[in-house]
Design a protein around this ligand. Structure first.
Ligand code: AMP
Ligand code: FES
Ligand code: ZN
Ligand code: ZN
Length: 325
């Protein structure tokens, strides 16, 4: 018998499956699920993430984190009166992307949530690996740029009020420390529980802001959520973020509540990190927000395929087919 099986849940007679040190609770499956859902509800209320009647575009990667986020938001959507549309971008990274797409579709099907499925090969004519071959930029940087651009464009075209992103507390805090070390101070201002909408940049919310990676994994496992188990093949586990995550977990072991206290303090001071506003222009090719005349996406596309493309027309068709606007 494992040590935990002999320990009772703090709220019922069932055996505890986990101990939440920072809350001094031992929880069975049912009470763990309730505890996490309640924490996300509190996060939404504490940071005013979603307003009545809003349309929330939930970006799902096919992995566990965004699956947990979608599952919890879908549970809360009636209570808080908001609508959900999910978005999955198929990047075309071989088997990994096929798996991610399969799981994203299955999850939305199970939850009866409309899904916008966007295949970058259909829009750009090349998948991520083919685009990478034509560019010197690191693959993850190209991938991030494409995802940001498509997520924002779809948010505008579907008239979403906000985009929900599945970063959890450990992701966010490790990025904060990494950006502090590198002195990318303005980047820290984008890592709080929300980033506000500004003209053509649709705001982001991070409902898992106070949920740890371990809690996210356990929730996905107990609920048996469709998800890809493996990470993207380009994730580098020797990177600075992973080292920082280990440091944060060690600190949490010695001082339960360390991570949540850090996250809350950061949220309180987030405006402190904001740089003076740069002038935001409209890209002369596609009309999306940019600090230059031509946005980073249009520059990448022109360099890669030698011409610009009208993404909005392509996306309109996809969105109209779904009748989700
Ligand atoms: P990452 O940047 O891969 O750590 O992912 C962070 C978040 O971005 C995820 O939790 C999702 O909300 C979103 N995301 C990542 N990949 C995709 C994708 N292929 N399609 C849609 N959203 C994604
Ligand atoms: Fe984009 Fe791995 S998910 S490079
Ligand atoms: Zn219980
Ligand atoms: Zn552009």
């Amino acid at each position: 018998m494992s040590k935990l099986e002999s320990i009772k849940c703090s709220f019922c007679e069932e055996s505890a499956i986990t101990i939440i040190n920072y809350a001094k609770l031992r929880l069975c499956k049912k009470h763990f699920i309730e505890f996490i859902q309640k924490r996300v509800l509190n996060t939404i209320e504490r940071y005013d993430l979603i307003k009545n009647n809003w349309k929330v575009l939930v970006a799902i990667s096919g992995g566990k984190d965004s699956a947990v986020m979608l599952h919890i938001l879908s549970n809360l959507s009636k209570q808080l009166n908001f609508k959900i549309i999910a978005l999955h971008i198929n990047l075309g990274i071989g088997k990994y992307s096929e798996n991610a797409k399969y799981n994203a579709e299955k999850l939305c099907n199970d939850l009866s949530i409309p899904l916008i499925l966007l295949d970058i090969k259909n829009i750009i004519g090349m998948n991520l690996l083919e685009i990478k071959r034509k560019n010197k930029r690191p693959i993850c940087s190209i991938c991030g740029l494409l995802k940001r651009y498509f997520i924002n464009t779809i948010a505008i075209e579907t008239k979403a009020n906000v985009v929900a992103i599945g970063h959890h507390m450990d992701d966010l805090l490790s990025y904060v420390i990494k950006n502090f070390i590198l002195q990318n101070i303005n980047e820290i201002s984008k890592l709080g529980p929300k980033t506000e909408t500004k003209e053509l940049f649709i705001g982001r919310i991070r409902p898992l802001y106070e949920i740890s990676e371990k809690e996210t994994s356990l929730y996905a496992f107990i609920q048996n959520l469709p998800r890809v188990e493996e990470s993207c093949p380009y994730v580098d586990e020797s990177s600075m973020e992973f080292e920082i995550k280990r440091f944060l977990n060690n600190m949490e072991l010695r001082n339960p509540n360390f991570k949540i206290a850090f996250a809350r303090a950061l949220a309180k001071n987030i405006n402190f990190y904001k740089k003076e506003e740069e002038e935001i222009k409209k890209c002369i090719k596609c009309g999306m927000p940019t600090s230059r005349d031509i946005c980073a996406f249009c520059r990448l596309i022109e360099k890669t395929i030698g011409k610009s493309i009208n993404v909005k027309n392509e996306l309109k068709e996809i969105i109209e087919k779904l009748k989700v606007v």
